[in-house]
Write a protein that binds this ligand. Structure first.
Ligand code: ATP
Ligand code: MG
Ligand code: MG
Ligand code: MG
Length: 439
């Protein structure tokens, strides 16, 4: 992509309304734009990161055996009356009336709707286990929308719903998602720690929140330092091996880790003080097992092997991709801007032409640009007629992992500079080595 033809509305000043660094940097880097309180557009750079996060989530959901669907954002109030949540949900739910005065709502979550889909077509235990997921916008009329897309009113959620015949099988479904989540956050370059959590309005008794430690996090959390360097399950983990999954979950839930609602002083005091980590955290994912709460209320029954009808056991599993983008910036930035983990960076390489109009610079950059595209490297080429200093600042701000810098002098000698954004290390290398180095 040529920057001259892209849409990257960089802000020079830090917007005053932005309190935390990720919100400031997302606005400054032209990733998002606020349209109303807690409602944002994703601009091209922000959308690229969001899509990369969603693709990783999708790959890991699919790997674990979940099946993607897409449900509407608008739901009927009647569905929520069946579960009893229409009145219980309160003011966080955006309630809408259509021209026939029918009561609708913009979905804050989808347990009811997915249960309706399930009960309309699944009758037998033979069709279980089943896990259906979607990546879809949600709306929650948050009391205090703030911190940009970290706590917005309209936000993207990956929500998965599992259906099983009994508790054992449902526990296995929970383990599959638990392991998929460990892999998902790790692949995004993040350390997310599973912590025992409260189940809130979703209900149920087994629940973990996946938390990224950050000083700006809204939750108070307590965990053992061992979590900081625990090994994440590899890509070839066998999702059909219930024993293997159970032992991974066992290992990841043995050291102490709890959010403030679930914190127990007595158990905490038994953790060696040198290993105690009490910090602030950002909730990026949350998984629940809630048994037959919705299936009983909404009559989602299956016929078991003995011919008897039983309510299906369910769990639900959320990740907030839009919040995750902000959380990644909280975790990875410096005074010059964002420092993307490679896996979710909007582009792989930023190519800087220090002096457009200089024949050697232009020729070298055009060649590199063409070669990179050929090699499948996603490159943002700053071909604009601007001061080199401003270009460097923009590239640092948007945080692409690798920069390739071509100036008139290096172009003449057939060289270019490679800068690693994270370490700041710069190296001059021969032009014909560049592609191999950045691939
Ligand atoms: P919070 O405690 O931050 O309000 P929640 O517990 O209400 O979040 P869940 O119902 O567990 O959220 O939803 C699943 C995921 O959706 C969360 O873990 C989070 O990543 C994301 N999420 C929830 N609310 C928001 C929001 N207002 N803005 C952005 N992402 C959100
Ligand atoms: Mg909430
Ligand atoms: Mg929460
Ligand atoms: Mg939650």
């Amino acid at each position: 992509m040529r920057l001259s033809r892209y849409f990257l509305p960089i802000l020079k000043e830090t917007p005053r309304e932005a309190e935390i660094v990720s919100h400031q940097l997302m606005l400054r880097a032209g990733m998002i734009r606020q349209q109303a309180a807690g409602i944002y557009s994703f601009l091209p750079l922000g959308l690229k990161v969001l899509n990369k996060v969603c693709n990783i989530i999708r790959e890991e959901q699919n790997r674990s055996g979940a099946v993607e669907i897409l449900m509407p954002t608008i739901q009927s109030a009647d569905l929520w009356r069946e579960s009893g949540r229409y009145d219980a949900y309160g003011k966080e739910m955006l309630r809408i009336a259509d021209r026939q005065e029918r009561e609708l709502l913009f979905g804050p979550t989808n347990e009811e709707m997915v249960t309706d889909i399930f009960r309309s077509s699944v009758r037998s235990y033979k069709d279980l286990p089943l896990n259906l997921y979607q990546i879809q916008w949600k709306f929650r009329d948050e009391v205090r929308p703030r911190f940009g897309v970290m706590r917005s009113r309209e936000f993207l959620m990956k929500d998965a719903y599992s259906f099983d015949l009994d508790v054992d099988s449902a526990t296995n479904a929970y383990h599959r998602m638990f392991v998929a989540y460990l892999r998902t956050f790790h692949r995004c370059g993040l350390k997310a720690i599973p912590m025992r959590a409260d189940t809130g309005p979703i209900g149920g008794n087994l629940s973990h929140e996946f938390i990224i430690l950050a000083s700006t996090g809204e939750s108070e959390v307590f965990c053992h330092r061992d979590y900081l360097d625990m090994a994440v399950p590899p890509a070839d983990v066998d999702f059909d091996d219930a024993g293997q999954l159970a032992s991974i979950v066992e290992a990841w839930t043995t050291p102490y880790a709890a959010t403030d609602e679930m914190h127990e002083e007595a158990a905490w005091s038994r953790v060696d003080p040198a290993s105690q980590l009490s910090a602030r955290g950002i909730e990026v994912g949350h998984i629940f097992y809630f048994g037959t709460k919705y299936s009983e209320a909404m009559k989602a029954f299956v016929t078991g092997p003995d011919g008897k009808d039983v309510p299906v056991h369910m769990g639900s599993y959320g990740i907030g991709p839009s919040r995750l983008v902000a959380a990644a910036i909280e975790a990875f930035h410096d005074e010059s801007g964002i420092v993307w983990p490679r896996a979710i960076a909007p582009f792989d390489v930023g190519l800087i032409n220090m002096k457009p109009g200089d024949a050697d610079c232009d020729a070298a950059c055009e060649t590199l640009y063409a070669q990179m595209k050929q090699a499948g490297i996603d490159v943002l080429y700053d071909d604009r007629d601007q001061r080199a200093g401003a270009k460097f600042a923009t590239m640092d701000l948007i945080g692409l992992p690798t920069q390739v810098i071509v100036g008139p002098r290096s172009a003449k000698t057939g060289e270019a500079e490679i800068k690693d954004r994270a370490s700041g290390v710069r190296e001059t290398i021969a032009m014909d080595q560049i592609i191999a180095r950045v691939s």
